[in-house]
Design a protein around this ligand. Structure first.
Ligand code: DGL
Length: 271
């Protein structure tokens, strides 16, 4: 069986990246881990996030992936360098791809970034954006209430609208023309965020650019799946929390049935 691409996130957010990888690279087999028992990562300490990410990578490595995708901005900010030093396969994060996409889009040079407390506090997007364009103006906002809504499947209720308005409504007073959804959960709220920010603000999710980066890496290392004679590969999902809600959200988002294996951590959840 061909080697899979391993994708991880604190919960269902990384499915936004997984879906784009499956779309751009339909021959690739994907394994996905959502750490739903310990979501959200955003308010946690760097040490906790680092340990959780290592633990998931250690779990996924038993499936001999050809690449690891940290489809979580919070874990990318804290753990990307560490994970790269621990494994022998390429490891891709979601922050640089998102920053690249935003710089390619902005005309006013004023870019908004919304993300978890951890991601915003790390300053990782500001740094990535400034490395690309030193004079870019960056307006950042942490939105800690978004991930719990998404994990409950609450994408478009009045409560969701009010929460999003309350969290990012004030960003409309800046000359932002490009808003980075700096958390992989946020594309689930695209309709609401877009309604609040208005038609002149382009929303950037890193999924598209991340999938392109993966494709380039696999192509240059000659690891792209080219199995024309084999059937389309089956994907395999794992989650550490309630399997029913994960399955419902994943199947709805991906538009297909999924194979899901619940994983119970031996180490109890730290809250
Ligand atoms: N989806 C993740 C991110 O991109 C993590 C959200 C969370 O668990 O707080 O940051």
């Amino acid at each position: 069986m061909q080697q899979p691409i391993a994708i991880l996130d604190s919960g269902v957010g990384g499915l936004t990246v997984a879906k784009e990888i499956m779309r751009q690279l339909p021959r690739e087999r994907v394994i996905y881990f959502g750490d739903t028992a310990r979501t959200p990562y955003g308010p946690r300490s760097s040490d906790e996030i680092l340990n959780f990410t290592r633990e998931i990578v250690d779990y996924l490595i038993q499936y001999s992936p050809k690449m690891i995708v940290i489809a979580c901005n919070t874990a990318t900010a804290v753990a990307l360098t560490d994970i790269r030093s621990r494994v022998s396969v390429p490891v891709v994060g979601v922050i640089n791809p998102g920053a690249r996409a935003a710089i390619g889009r902005t005309v006013t040079g004023c870019v908004g970034v919304i993300g978890t407390e951890g991601t915003i506090k790390s300053g990782a997007y500001e740094q990535a954006l400034r490395e690309l364009t030193p004079h870019v103006q960056v307006v950042s906002e942490a939105c800690p209430k978004f991930v719990p809504l998404v994990e409950k499947g609450n994408f478009s209720s009045q409560q969701t609208y009010d929460t999003v308005l309350d969290s990012i409504g004030h960003l409309r007073s800046y000359p932002i023309d490009t808003l980075i959804l700096g958390c992989t959960h946020y594309p689930f709220l695209t309709d609401t965020i877009s309604e609040i920010m208005g038609p002149n603000v382009t929303l950037i999710s890193s999924a598209d650019e991340t999938a392109r980066e993966i494709s380039t890496i696999l192509q240059s290392s000659r690891k792209l799946a080219s199995n024309e004679n084999e059937n389309i590969p089956f994907h395999h999902f794992f989650c550490s929390g309630d399997p029913e809600i994960f399955k419902t959200i994943a199947q709805q988002w991906l538009g297909e049935q999924i194979k899901l294996t619940p994983v119970v951590w031996l180490v109890p959840c730290i809250s």
